[in-house]
Design a protein around this ligand. Structure first.
Ligand code: ZN
Length: 282
């Protein structure tokens, strides 16, 4: 009843008294950032950000005698993508116009704290940040036909993203559970909050050479047996081909974002557009 419109409080005739013990612990941590300068004299002051969160849960309650929460999928996979993209950009003989920023944020698991801090204390102002591509927990189970870039359809980068996806043979899959608000629960959201066009890249569930339902099955298996548990650790049967695909896609997008003449923004009517315009983009 309390969830219905026009509800008025009803006295229950009951008094409840209790206390919730709270322990405050101060923890210091770091975001880590690297930069590869762009080639264009006037656009090199602007950046495209690749991000991934490097933290996991650390040591915790042991499960089957193992108290180390490795976070191999969540999010060593994402960190590996960003690290490799940094290496690739640094090795490019011809750099794109804008600069590349490679951002490893901390304390995602504690509520996007590291990326929020970055959004509020950026290396390069939000108005000079072209876009943010985030990677979080890439399932290492092989190549896919589809990809998710939820939120990207709300930005002026959308036509470019669609072009790049089809060039790489990837089908863009709409958000499978829009009601879950996934867009607001990942590090890219911290950048969107300060106006930067931002989204995460994650593979879809349509795996090459696997029967229908394989994607859902491996996701379900990971979710119930390894996600946020000590058992999220490296396994020899991992197949990195899908991660290579997602890195390829991210590289193509990032280079195009770095070279596009117009500063990217949010589409007309979008909730982040006002902040974007206020951040002083040209
Ligand atoms: Zn994560």
């Amino acid at each position: 009843m309390a969830n219905t419109k026009g509800f008025h409080p009803i006295p229950l005739g009951v008094r409840v008294k209790g206390n919730i013990p709270v322990k405050l612990r101060e923890v210091e941590s770091r975001n880590v950032v690297g930069r590869v300068n762009g080639a264009d004299a006037s656009l090199a002051s602007q950046v495209v950000i690749y991000s991934a969160h490097w933290d996991h849960l650390g040591r915790g309650v042991p499960v089957k005698g193992d108290g180390i929460y490795n976070g191999a999928v969540d999010n060593a996979t994402g960190c590996a993508e960003v690290l490799e993209l940094a290496r690739l950009w640094a090795a490019l003989p011809q750099k794109p116009k804008r600069s590349g920023l490679f951002l490893f944020v901390t304390a995602e698991e504690s509520g996007l704290l590291g990326s929020q801090y970055y959004g509020e204390h950026p290396e390069v102002p939000a108005g000079q940040t072209a876009a943010n591509i985030n990677y979080d927990a890439l399932p290492p189970f092989g190549k896919v036909r589809d990809v998710e870039v939820t939120g990207a359809e709300r930005t002026t980068l959308w036509p470019l993203i669609q072009q790049d996806a089809s060039r790489l043979g990837l089908e863009i899959k709409p958000d499978a559970q829009p009601g879950q608000g996934h867009y607001y629960r990942s590090d890219h959201f911290s950048l969107a909050r300060v106006g930067v066009p931002a989204f995460s890249i994650s593979p879809g569930t349509d795996y090459l050479g696997r029967p229908a339902g394989y994607g859902a099955q491996v996701f379900e298996d990971y979710n119930s047996h390894r996600y946020h548990q000590p058992s999220d650790e490296y396994n020899d049967n991992w197949d990195f081909a899908g991660m290579e695909q997602m890195a390829d896609f991210g590289l193509t997008l990032g280079l195009d974002f770095a070279n596009t003449p117009q500063m990217p923004s949010w589409n007309t009517g979008d909730e982040f557009l006002k902040t974007r315009e206020a951040s002083g983009i040209r």
